[in-house]
Design a protein around this ligand. Structure first.
Ligand code: ADP
Length: 506
C-alpha cells in the first residue's frame, strides 16, 4: 500500500489494512506511468510550451467490481432505489449503467451499512487524486481562470487540473492579484513532481503542502483551494438512462430563457429536484415523428464533456418537450456579446473554440453531423464549459422549415455544397466552424456584415472569403481559410482543428 495514499486518506487506515494488509505498492498514485524530461518551466502561459511529459491517465473508469470509492460530494436520494450520502462516505461499487451504479455503503471496517444506486460522478476511487479538494481533473485553462476569479475565491486560491490539451499533463493554476497564473507541473525521470527543478516532490499532495507554506515564484503562497461546484449528473435519474420518455407533469416551468425559431426555452425543475432546460417545440405538426424518436435514441447515447446532455423528452401530447441540462450562461453568442465575454483575452477565446472542436470531433467519430453549427447553438455552463447544442434533433426539427422556405437557411454559416446541392457532411460542419471562429474572435460579430444572404451565397461561390477581422491572430485566420476551402476534402477534420487550436495558437 502506497504510503502517500495512507497519508492522503488516513481515515481509511483500517480499510487499507483489511484490503491490502501491509503490502507496499510501487509509487504511482493518480499520475501513474508518467515519465518526463527534467526541465522546469513556470510562467503564466505554460501550455504554450511543447509538452515534456506524457499525459496522466484518463479519468478513472469503473473497472473492477467491488472497487472502493469515496464520496467527493454529498447526494440526496430522489428515488427509493437510490442512496443518500455525505462527502467522505465510503462505498464498494458494483454494476454500472450510464453514470449510475449499484454500491454498498461501508464503514471503516468494511462492514456493509446500506445498498442502493448512486451517481458515479459523485464518487472517486478511494486512493485517487480526485478525493483531494484541490484536484479538478480535466479542465481547460479558460474554465480554471473563470472559476478562480469567482467572488468566492481569494488571492492565492488554487487548483490542480489535467490539461485538456494532449500531452500537457498536470497544471497548477493560482489566482494572484486578480489574474490567474498557470504552472505546468513537470516530472523528473525518477517520477518526482516539480514546478521549480530544485524543489521536487514525490507526490502532488506534498507539492501542494510545500507551496501552502512557501512562496511560489512571482505568486506567493497557495491559500485555500478553489471552491468547487457540484457536478450535474448526466441523467435525471438512474432509470432515465434507458427510459427517457417522461410525463410532462413531472416538470415545472420557471422563467423563460430564450426564444428561438423552433422553440421557446424555459428554465424548469424535474420533480422539484433538478434544474433543467425545457425546450417547448413550436412546429411539431411538421415533425417526422418516427425520425424524431430514432434521433432521440441516438442522442441519449452521445455523451461528451463538450456536448449538451439530453435528459428526457415528453412527446405524449403536443407541444413536445425536449429536456436538457441547464446551461446557466446561455448561448455562446450572448455570452461573447455580454460583459463577461468582452473581458476575455485571445487565449481564452481560442480555448473556447478548441472546446467546440473537441465536441465536434466526438460527433465526427460517432459519424453524426450537426448541420447548424454556429455560436447561437453552442451553450456555456455555469462553470464556463462550452457545449455544442442543437445537434441531431436540430435536423429533424428544422429540416421541414428549411425545405419549406429557402430564405430560412442560415446562408452565412452554410457551406456552398450544402446550400447548392444539399450535401451536408461533417466537412460542411467544418465550414460552419470557420464562421464560428469568426464569431468568437469578433466577440459575437455578424459574419459578412455588409452583405445580404443572397450576396454571400453568390460571392462565396465565386471565391470570396471574409478578410481577417481586426486583432485576429494570423494563424487563426489561416485556420478559418482552411475551413472555407471550396473542396470539402481540403478542409481539416475536427480532430486536427482541436490539435491546431491547442498547439499552434497557444
Ligand atoms: P431554436 O433552436 O428554436 O432557435 P434555441 O435552442 O436556440 O432555439 O434556444 C433559444 C435560446 O434559449 C438560446 O439562445 C439560449 O439563450 C436559450 N437556451 C437554449 N437551450 C438552453 C439550455 N440548455 N440552457 C440554458 N439556456 C438555453
Amino acid at each position: 500500500m502506497d504510503e502517500r495514499l495512507r497519508r492522503a486518506c488516513p481515515c481509511l487506515e483500517k480499510l487499507w489494512q483489511r484490503i491490502f494488509g501491509d503490502k507496499k505498492s510501487s509509487p504511482a498514485a493518480g499520475a501513474a506511468g508518467r515519465t518526463g524530461a527534467d526541465n522546469a518551466a513556470y510562467n503564466d502561459d505554460v501550455e504554450a510550451q511543447s509538452p515534456v511529459s506524457t499525459p496522466p491517465q484518463a479519468e478513472e473508469k469503473l473497472s473492477e467490481s467491488g472497487a472502493i470509492y469515496t464520496a467527493v460530494w454529498s447526494f440526496e436520494a430522489r428515488h427509493q432505489d437510490e442512496l443518500s450520502f455525505q462527502e467522505g462516505d465510503i462505498f464498494s461499487v458494483f454494476d454500472r449503467n450510464g453514470d449510475w451504479c449499484t454500491a454498498q455503503k461501508i464503514d471503516n471496517n468494511g462492514r456493509v451499512l446500506d445498498t442502493g444506486i448512486v451517481p458515479i460522478y459523485y464518487l472517486s476511487k478511494a486512493e485517487s487524486l480526485r478525493t483531494q479538494p484541490w484536484f479538478f481533473g480535466f479542465m481547460s485553462r479558460f474554465e480554471a481562470q473563470r472559476q478562480l476569479l469567482g467572488a468566492e475565491n481569494e488571492d492565492g486560491s488554487f487548483l490542480i487540473r489535467q490539461s485538456e490539451k494532449d500531452n500537457c499533463g498536470y497544471v497548477l493554476s493560482v489566482r494572484s492579484s486578480n489574474l490567474v497564473k498557470h504552472f505546468k507541473i513537470l516530472q523528473s525521470a525518477s517520477g518526482n513532481y516539480y514546478v521549480e527543478p530544485y524543489r521536487q516532490f514525490s507526490s502532488l499532495v506534498d507539492l501542494v503542502a510545500h507551496y501552502c507554506n512557501n512562496t511560489l515564484i512571482n505568486t506567493g503562497r497557495l491559500s485555500s483551494h478553489c471552491k468547487r461546484k457540484k457536478p450535474n449528473t448526466s441523467d435525471l435519474n438512474h432509470f432515465t438512462v434507458d427510459q427517457w420518455e417522461l410525463p410532462k407533469e413531472e416538470f415545472t416551468l420557471q422563467e423563460e430563457l430564450g426564444r428561438g425559431y423552433f422553440a421557446d426555452v424555459y428554465k424548469g425543475r424535474w420533480k422539484n429536484h433538478i434544474s433543467v432546460a425545457i425546450k417547448i417545440l413550436k412546429n411539431d405538426s411538421e415533425l417526422d415523428h418516427s425520425e424524431f424518436h430514432r434521433e432521440v435514441q441516438i442522442l441519449k447515447n452521445l455523451r461528451h464533456r463538450h456536448l449538451i446532455k439530453l435528459y428526457a423528452v415528453c412527446t405524449n401530447s403536443v407541444p413536445y418537450y425536449i429536456v436538457t441540462e441547464l446551461m446557466e450562461k446561455g448561448s455562446l453568442l450572448e455570452f461573447l456579446r455580454g460583459t463577461e465575454g468582452q473581458q476575455l483575452d485571445t487565449a481564452s477565446l481560442v480555448d473556447m473554440a478548441a472546446q467546440v472542436a473537441d465536441g465536434m470531433s466526438y460527433l465526427e467519430e460517432q459519424k453524426s453531423i450537426h448541420r447548424d453549427l454556429a455560436a447561437r447553438n453552442v451553450l456555456v455552463s455555469g462553470d464556463y464549459i462550452c457545449k455544442v447544442a442543437d445537434f441531431g434533433l436540430a435536423r429533424v426539427i428544422k429540416d421541414p422549415f428549411y425545405i419549406s422556405a429557402a430564405q430560412n437557411i442560415p446562408y452565412k454559416w452554410t457551406s456552398p455544397e450544402a446550400i447548392s446541392h444539399g450535401m451536408y457532411s461533417i466537412m460542411s460542419d467544418v465550414w460552419s466552424f470557420g464562421i464560428l471562429l469568426f464569431e468568437i474572435i469578433t466577440y459575437g460579430g455578424i459574419p459578412y456584415p455588409a452583405l445580404s444572404n443572397m450576396e454571400v451565397w453568390e460571392q462565396v461561390e465565386q471565391g470570396y472569403r471574409m478578410p481577417a477581422p481586426a486583432s485576429c491572430p494570423e494563424k487563426l485566420y489561416q485556420i478559418m481559410l482552411q475551413c472555407w476551402s471550396a473542396n470539402p476534402d481540403d478542409r481539416p477534420h475536427f480532430k486536427t482543428l482541436k490539435v491546431k487550436l491547442d498547439s499552434e495558437m497557444a
